[in-house]
Write a protein that binds this ligand. Structure first.
Ligand code: NAP
Length: 274
């Protein structure tokens, strides 16, 4: 698995990690996550929201005894994102995960609590050694700028956003802004959640490289050095397939064909969200 510097942090993070939203059938999910770790998908993405904490427990079981291998991300729910609420939510997430520190802690989406309050809490978590890096999710350019302005001691390390071939809206303004600031972009729902569609161009590219359409998609989405992704799978065959997405190399012709088949919008569009 390819690793790259995670934005300005310089920490080497695998280009693909593993999502945990809607993870089911616990034993199977744990097995799939552990296989993913074996194959280098060591960025685990979870959130207090997923399964009301259950996904964090499953992720915690999967990484038990392997904490040092993992780049671990969790997120605070906007409704909990007051100063005290964020501190409490982080402690609860770490307890469910069975860890003493998170690598990355994100505000899940914009909150009605003042952004300055949430950012102050995230900075406090870094100062207390509970969190290595902080970031946001589902933030457009204006929201990222507001969060940056509210920070006094830390920098945003990440913006986790929706990005898949059927929604390339971030490529217009958000991706260039984040990369310019050294903020790593983590593409969530790379397969469009559960809406993956067969497509001739993807199938042809896959055939040329002895790969699959999903592998083509993962490599296409991460063609920019500052983009990472976190496909979710509770199925070991699918995990193997996803991990093999960089075993071949899309060429310029493939990228151009995919670009034409799934064009980025030609005007600014609101940030997509699931
Ligand atoms: P996704 O990764 O785009 O797609 C997941 C779906 O694809 C599952 O149904 C999975 O089924 C299937 N799948 C995965 N690999 C496959 C393969 N090789 N072949 C066939 N099917 C495959 O969707 P997502 O879960 O929405 O997004 C990924 C992660 O991003 C989430 O789990 C979560 O951690 C994060 N996320 C964050 C936000 C946010 O607001 N920050 C929002 C959405 C998601 P199987 O399990 O059966 O393989």
């Amino acid at each position: 698995m390819i690793r790259r510097p995670f934005g300005w942090t310089g920490v080497q993070v695998p280009v693909a990690g593993q999502g945990t939203w809607m993870i089911e059938h616990d034993a199977q999910a744990v097995e799939a996550l552990r296989l993913g770790l074996d194959l280098g998908l060591t960025h685990i993405d979870t959130a207090e929201m997923y399964g009301s904490g259950r996904a964090e427990e499953i992720a915690g079981e999967a990484i038990r005894g392997r904490r040092d291998e993992v780049f671990l991300t969790s997120k605070v729910l906007p409704s909990n994102a007051s100063y005290e609420g964020t501190l409490r939510a982080c402690d609860a997430s770490m307890k469910r995960l069975g860890v003493e520190r998170l690598d990355l802690y994100l505000l899940h989406w914009e909150s009605s609590h003042p952004i300055g309050e949430t950012m102050r809490a995230l900075e406090k978590l870094v100062a207390d050694g509970k969190v290595r890096f902080i970031g946001v999710s589902n933030f457009d350019v204006a929201q990222v700028k507001a969060a940056e302005k509210a920070l006094r001691h830390e920098r945003l390390a990440c913006n986790q956003v929706l990005y898949h071939p059927w929604d390339r809206g971030i490529e217009r303004k958000l991706l260039p802004y984040c990369t310019g600031r050294g903020i790593a972009v983590v593409a969530y729902s790379p397969f469009g959640h559960r809406a993956f569609k067969r497509n001739r161009v993807l199938d042809e590219a896959a055939k040329r490289h002895g790969a699959t359409a999903r592998q083509v998609v993962l490599q296409f989405l991460t063609r920019n050095e500052d983009v990472f992704t976190i496909p979710k799978s509770g199925n070991t065959d699918h995990v193997r397939e996803n991990a093999g997405s960089w075993d071949f190399r899309l060429d310029a012709e493939d990228v151009a064909a995919i670009d034409r088949a799934f064009p980025a919008p030609d005007r600014d569009v609101p940030l997509g969200m699931i």
